[in-house]
Design a protein around this ligand. Sequence first.
Ligand SMILES: Cc1cc2nc3c(=O)[nH]c(=O)nc-3n(C[C@H](O)[C@H](O)[C@H](O)COP(=O)(O)OP(=O)(O)OC[C@H]3O[C@@H](n4cnc5c(N)ncnc54)[C@H](O)[C@@H]3O)c2cc1C
Length: 586
Amino acid sequence: MTYQAPLQDMQFVLMDVFKAPQQWQQMPALAESIDADTALAILEEGAKISGELLAPINRQGDEQGVQLEQGQVITPDGFKQAYQTYAESGWAGFGGAPEFGGMGMPKSLGVLFEEMCYSANNSFSLYPSLTAGAALCILSHGSHAQKQTYLPKLYSGEWAGAMDMTEPQSGSDLSGVRTKAEPQQDGSYKISGTKIFITGGDQDLTENVVHLVLARLPDAPAGSRGLSLFIVPKHLPNDDGSVGERNGVNVGALEHKMGIKASATCVMHYEEATGFLLGKANRGLVAMFTMMNYERLSISLQGIGCAEMGYQMAANYAKERNQGKGASQATTANSDPIVVHGDVRRMLLTIAAMTEPSRALAVMTGMALDKAKFATDGKKEAEQMVNLLVPLCKAFFTDLGLESTVHAQQVFGGHGFIRETGVEQLVRDVRIAQIYEGTNGIQALDLLARKVLPNDAAALKALQAQALEVTAVVAPEHKAWAEQVDAAFNRLIDAAITIKNSDNKADAVNAAAVDYLHAMGYATYGYLWLKMLNALPQSEQSEQFKQRKSAIAGFYFGRMMPRFDAHLVSALAPTDLTMSLDNELF
Ligand SMILES: Cc1cc2nc3c(=O)[nH]c(=O)nc-3n(C[C@H](O)[C@H](O)[C@H](O)COP(=O)(O)OP(=O)(O)OC[C@H]3O[C@@H](n4cnc5c(N)ncnc54)[C@H](O)[C@@H]3O)c2cc1C
């Protein structure tokens, strides 16, 4: 089955719910480059690229995987040509700074294109995603010369980026990174060490790979405050910008993985490789964190993209596959399509009820990122909102992404377990999104400990204030749902205070964080469903479109929102229930 980008849903969220063009007009850097017509044309072009270029090579990418031949990674058939077309069409520089050849497009639009790409082809999408992240890091922290050398090549897609942090002994906790950087007379550094799990560590799509490597200077303090970031290109650039001498950075091996088999996950060795300091010495993690908010939001889109693709596959299948007789919806045929059965409908509606507010939250977070970067005022508030929402998006979308693809697989019955249908690839491909870019457990800790609890939950209260503006103006028939959402935000704030005042706070936060994040996710989706319902009457979308949205919203409040209570009660359970069992008894 081919992927069809959900253009109507995307247009509705962007134009009717968030009125993006009006918001872009208020940001001078965006006002000239993007308007409603351009955004719609971009979405249509994105739908073509994802549906006609990326989706057709997805299955074969999974079957062939990547190969390592004489130290060079070879991507599956079709990837190189597709990448060339992708780059030549300007997508590699979509969000890049115009002064270095980027298109300067807003993230609030970019998230929709990224979702399409992940729906169509997870493995392919990772290569440009890492490149965009590396470019952003160089733009934010590089010297002018570094920007001039690397950004035009990254934006044109001639070179790609990689993010080299993880080492065997150092994953979630990067304080243990051992890779060394020795200063040289000419101002460069010799980088030595080994990294593991490096996405796009090498490939044959681009003529150069620009690695951003976390390493330690000889006199650096211990721990994460002693990490610096280095640009370590596979080929050293010549003065004229062309690729020059091969650098001492090599692929040691390729990981064999459960999914995303066409994405090269590499063990990288640096043997006195030449590196260039990016940003300040010992401030490497700070520099890395610049790209983190963007990268984490991008990875969260992998969750939505897979959920959407799973929905499309399962909904089609449910309308074609006949088994058993329906009850109220029985036809005169011997058997009915499985879409008539309550349980199959439950699975399809569950995916839809989670995917639509996920997309809305992605656009809202993208818009907050745009404001933090481009707005003339309100930058600080936007930044606070980004910091709050990004870990929520990363963990919640990707957890729901896996749940959704498993529902989609279940709709296929036994056929979902067989490779031909393609739905099992989605389950395998989306699973990693819960793990990389910081595991979802670490995201939840970040959300609760660093974003919600400080300053009397000021950031969460700012989100609550936005929700209150929406719940105050709902249609009379949605009042009860609005009361549910208002109560949920109040309870989240009370729960934060309770957790903060716990005797053993660190354990309490660690044990409660994932449930807290999920409770916050369901409350936020309640708010966003109401925002979408409020936008429906003025929308020019068809009556059928509106009926569908209203039905899915009803399902959300009746059958998904109760999960809020379960998660909040669980988050507030005594910490001892989790911590008292002796380690030896596990
Ligand atoms: C396919 C793939 C691609 C990747 N791409 C990249 C890449 O491009 N660049 C890169 O640098 N890395 C990459 N990674 C690495 C990835 O980011 C790490 O695997 C991830 O951050 C987790 O680290 P770890 O595997 O060492 O697990 P660990 O840190 O050992 O964690 C194991 C478990 O313990 C939990 N845990 C750890 N510490 C805590 C704590 N303080 N509190 C509560 N729970 C905790 C974790 O949540 C997890 O459940 C990739 C990994 C994979 C598998």
